[in-house]
Design a protein around this ligand. Structure first.
Ligand SMILES: Nc1ncnc2c1ncn2[C@@H]1O[C@H](COP(=O)(O)OP(=O)(O)OP(=O)(O)O)[C@@H](O)[C@H]1O
Length: 277
């Protein structure tokens, strides 16, 4: 993979005057005696791809879970379009224009790929259950529009050919793309991706990078992953966590050379070497 070009960096700089779409400010999360996040602040600008990286146990998943409303921080605030969010719950995300993909994918085994992706498009449904049941013309038109939206998302994710299949019969990388398509079908303003690269091979990783990069400008993305190469390649800005703290934040070229980041990753390698050696 290549280092992001300077036009990408310039794009990030030109957006830096914009008001954030989403912010987490001073977020602290404790699990018993363990501080998983310590005064973490992250701003996501409109249309930017913002990466969150860090060694194992750095707090990436916890931060993702805070952003999704799965984990309530002990301190700190979340802001969406300048409005403070209090008591964010996961089921509220879709209505707000936030979609996510999870490590566990969460596809429904009893639904086809298309039906799974249709559940992502549901916020665009205009007709109620009654008119659908009676098959009224407007319900049929609504269903057609939703199906088109779902098929467009499957096409963008490169898996339209699997529309009629069931997820259980598909290889893991295809299922990952289906989960990605379901999130895209919601046409979110903010897409939260948790470890999208896990379980993918080198070629699939490059394709994933291209897929995510193509979303930049159209929506904001928070990409949580420990694949340094992927994050460096596709992100406009990166937040690096280590032991629950932000140790670096900025464009990839700046973060890559930051001594605190090098220390964090070297520290991880040293401890891995210790584990195995
Ligand atoms: N529910 C929980 N209860 C107790 N401790 C937790 C819980 N969730 C996470 N932790 C701890 O909080 C710290 C941060 O974990 P987290 O999973 O957020 O890190 P991570 O950066 O996502 O790690 P990895 O890359 O290994 O997934 C770790 O020490 C972890 O053991």
């Amino acid at each position: 993979m290549t280092v992001p070009d300077t036009s990408q960096t310039r794009l990030a700089e030109s957006r830096s005057g914009a008001a954030p779409l989403f912010s987490a400010t001073g977020v602290t999360v404790r699990f018993g005696g363990l501080t998983a996040l310590d005064d973490v602040t992250l701003d996501v600008l409109p249309g930017e791809v913002h990466g969150v990286i860090g060694p194992n146990g750095a707090g990436k998943t916890t931060l993702f879970n805070v952003c999704c409303g799965f984990v309530r921080p002990g301190a700190g605030t979340l802001t969406w379009r300048g409005q403070r969010l209090t008591g964010l719950r996961p089921h509220q995300l879709a209505g707000m224009g936030i979609a996510r993909t999870l490590q566990g994918l969460g596809l429904f085994g009893g639904l086809t790929v298309l039906e799974n992706v249709l559940t992502g498009a549901d916020r665009f449904r205009r007709t109620g259950f009654g008119s659908a049941l009676l098959a009224l013309p407007r319900a049929r038109a609504d269903e057609r529009a939703l199906t088109e939206r779902a098929l467009a998302a499957l096409t963008e994710a490169g898996v339209a050919e699997y529309a009629g299949r069931y997820p259980g019969s598909l290889p893991y990388p295809v299922r990952k793309r289906v989960a990605f398509a379901r999130a895209l079908a919601a046409d979110p303003e903010l897409l939260l991706l948790d470890e999208p690269a896990s379980g993918l091979g080198a070629a699939e990783l490059t394709e994933l990078g291209e897929l995510v990069r193509a979303l930049a400008g159209r929506m904001s993305v928070i990409l949580v992953d420990h694949h340094m190469d992927l994050v460096m390649t596709v992100c406009d800005r990166i937040t690096v966590l280590d032991f629950g703290r932000v140790v670096a934040q900025g464009p990839p070229a700046q973060v890559r050379d930051d001594p605190a980041v090098i220390d964090a990753y070297l520290g991880e390698e040293a401890s891995r070497g210790g584990d195995h050696g």
